[in-house]
Design a protein around this ligand. Structure first.
Ligand SMILES: O=P(O)(O)OC[C@H]1O[C@H](OP(=O)(O)OP(=O)(O)O)[C@H](O)[C@@H]1O
Ligand SMILES: O=c1cc[nH]c(=O)[nH]1
Length: 196
């Protein structure tokens, strides 16, 4: 069931100054561990719904759901949650195109929603995701799984499941690339990316 539609592939430009901090096997290992953590915390897969945040969170969410399925031997609903209209910088960047929200058949009421994203930084994307979710139903619980937590939170938000804690400076940028979007799985830390 882990088959939420992926958005159109978009490949960020390669930055030769980037330092590779995770490779494909690291990413796979982190996702596998996170899947086990989620199952342990949830005492199994009952009521789990995995929702990835576009764009790369959707591919990661689908992979995580596939790993949950492998371990549990049953289908795990997976989908995507677009946050565009809930961003707090819409007034500054009004031209962002909305992406796909796909809530799988059981819906989210009473479920344990696992939000999935590639990078956690200021926390503003996740704040928007919680708003977007509230428009769609009332989960029993919402948990957050991110591949990379690079710190520098601006809001009181933390992840429940983290692939890798990556200390960074504000001037750096962490770029997650995934096969479905970029043709390669890795995480690159780019100096002087000025991400804020
Ligand atoms: O914690 P935050 O400060 O909100 O940063 C994290 C978000 O930034 C990136 O998304 P971006 O908005 O760059 O779009 P993308 O997913 O298309 O890369 C990343 O994919 C996270 O969703
Ligand atoms: O470094 C960053 C900051 C926000 N979002 C990213 O994807 N990377």
């Amino acid at each position: 069931m882990a088959t939420a539609g992926l958005p159109e592939p978009t490949s960020p430009p390669l930055d030769p100054a980037g330092k590779t901090v995770m490779g494909a096997s690291d990413i796979a290992r982190c996702l596998r561990r996170m899947a086990h953590e989620i199952l342990e915390r949830n005492k199994g897969a009952d009521d789990l719904v995995v929702l990835g945040i576009p764009s790369r969170g959707v591919e990661l969410g689908n992979r995580l759901a596939a790993m949950l399925e492998q371990v549990e031997g049953r289908g795990i609903p997976a989908g995507s949650l677009d946050i565009t209209m809930h961003r707090d910088d819409l007034r500054h960047q009004p031209t962002r195109a909305p992406m796909r929200t796909h809530i799988p058949p059981p819906g989210i009421d009473g479920k344990v929603v696992i939000l999935v994203d590639d990078v956690l930084y200021s926390g503003r994307t996740i704040r928007a995701a919680l708003d977007a979710l509230a428009d769609l139903g009332r989960p029993r619980a919402v948990r957050l799984a991110v591949l990379v937590d690079r710190g520098h939170r601006e809001l009181p938000i933390r992840a429940d499941h983290v692939g890798k804690n990556l200390p960074t400076s504000v001037s750096e940028k962490v770029q997650v690339r995934l096969v479905g979007h970029d043709g390669i799985d890795d995480v690159v830390n780019i100096a002087g990316g000025e991400s804020r």
